[in-house]
Design a protein around this ligand. Structure first.
Ligand code: ADP
Length: 323
């Protein structure tokens, strides 16, 4: 809600409340006046105090009853009004939050799409125009490839998020060995880090689950990508797969910047990114964890997040596939 609109609504609301309170005061005053008149008439028409006394008492009790009725009805009306205003305000706030997140999303996505494209263009132009050593050429090519991968994962996430919004999105599951899938993802997407042990795998090879290969790859890529992205300079990622209490547990643990307790649930919301657009260093569109949660829950699994020791974050997926 714009500031002006907010101000007008607040003034209007205060005006209605004030009007209403004033109406109540007037009603009670009017009632009192009528009752006083009635008392006077009674006093004039009945001279016997024995008869007059009970009549006056009855009049007083009827005055009290009517006063309570006016105040009671007024209070209920006011409470209903307050409740209605609160509902409208909350609905409006929710809509505004979503709109702001969507705007942020558009801003960051546009930026995210343009940056790797511009970098790749520059790298190709450099390769075209200059005579470079073989080593330099390799360096440029692998960096261009990295940018290309980044662009690819972002587009994958946008397409997948759009697909998940459709009502008829269904998994296509098959019996798989999650250890194999984790190794495949690590070797395809995080090869260099796997080779120099910045990414380490601790996998129980004896687990089999009914999972959707493509969708689950996306879960793993997003969790591992985030673990690296939010690790600052020091990268040490562990991916674990083990059995616990009849469930298959997958953990992706990092020693990175961590997530504040009050944000731990929010990070799964669509478009949610911590910090603000201007100060944030990391790249992303706020879709990764939304997709991860959706896919895990579609597999009837659960996802949780907790602090790693001594620092960093652990994302844990629990699947019911051992039964
Ligand atoms: P994106 O990474 O594109 O912002 P995600 O949905 O993957 O979107 O993550 C949402 C937010 O959760 C991120 O902006 C980041 O603040 C936080 N986050 C996710 N993973 C981690 C992590 N491993 N460590 C710290 N913060 C994280």
């Amino acid at each position: 809600m714009k500031l002006n609109a907010k101000l007008i609504i607040t003034i209007l609301f205060l005006y209605v409340v004030a009007q209403f309170l004033w109406w109540e005061v007037l009603m009670v005053r009017q009632l009192n006046e009528i009752m006083q008149e009635k008392q006077k008439i009674l006093a004039l028409t009945i001279s016997d105090p024995q008869v007059l006394e009970p009549q006056l008492l009855q009049l007083e009790s009827s005055r009290l009853k009517r006063t309570y009725m006016i105040v009671g009805e007024g209070t209920i009306f006011l409470l209903l009004l307050l409740f209605g205003v609160r509902q409208v305000y909350q609905a409006n706030k929710k809509e505004n939050d979503l709109l702001r997140q969507k705007n942020n999303f558009l801003l960051s996505v546009t930026h995210e799409l343009k940056t790797p494209l511009a970098t790749m263009k520059l790298q190709i132009q450099t390769l075209q125009k200059h005579h470079l050593t073989q080593e330099k050429k390799q360096e440029l090519l692998s960096s261009a490839l990295q940018e290309n991968n980044r662009l690819n994962s972002l587009i994958d996430n946008i397409l997948l998020a759009a697909l998940l919004q459709k009502q008829d999105f269904a998994l296509s599951t098959e019996k798989l060995n999650p250890a194999e899938l984790i190794k495949l993802v690590a070797n395809t997407h995080f090869k260099t880090m796997l080779d120099d042990a910045r990414v380490r795998l601790f996998l129980d090879e004896e687990i089999y689950c009914n999972i959707d290969r493509m969708a689950f790859q996306s879960v793993l890529i997003n969790l591992m990508d985030n673990a690296i992205k939010y690790s600052a300079e020091y990268i040490s990622i562990q991916v674990r797969l083990f059995k616990k209490e009849g469930k298959a547990i997958i953990q992706v643990a990092d020693e990175g910047i961590g997530i504040a307790d009050e944000e731990k649930q929010k990070v799964f919301e669509q478009f949610y990114r911590s910090g603000n657009e201007d100060t944030r260093k990391s790249k992303g569109a706020g879709l990764g964890l939304y997709i991860v949660k959706y896919i895990v829950e579609k597999h009837r699994g659960t996802i949780s997040v907790f602090n790693n020791a001594p620092r960093g974050t652990v994302f844990q997926v629990a699947l019911d596939c051992l039964a």
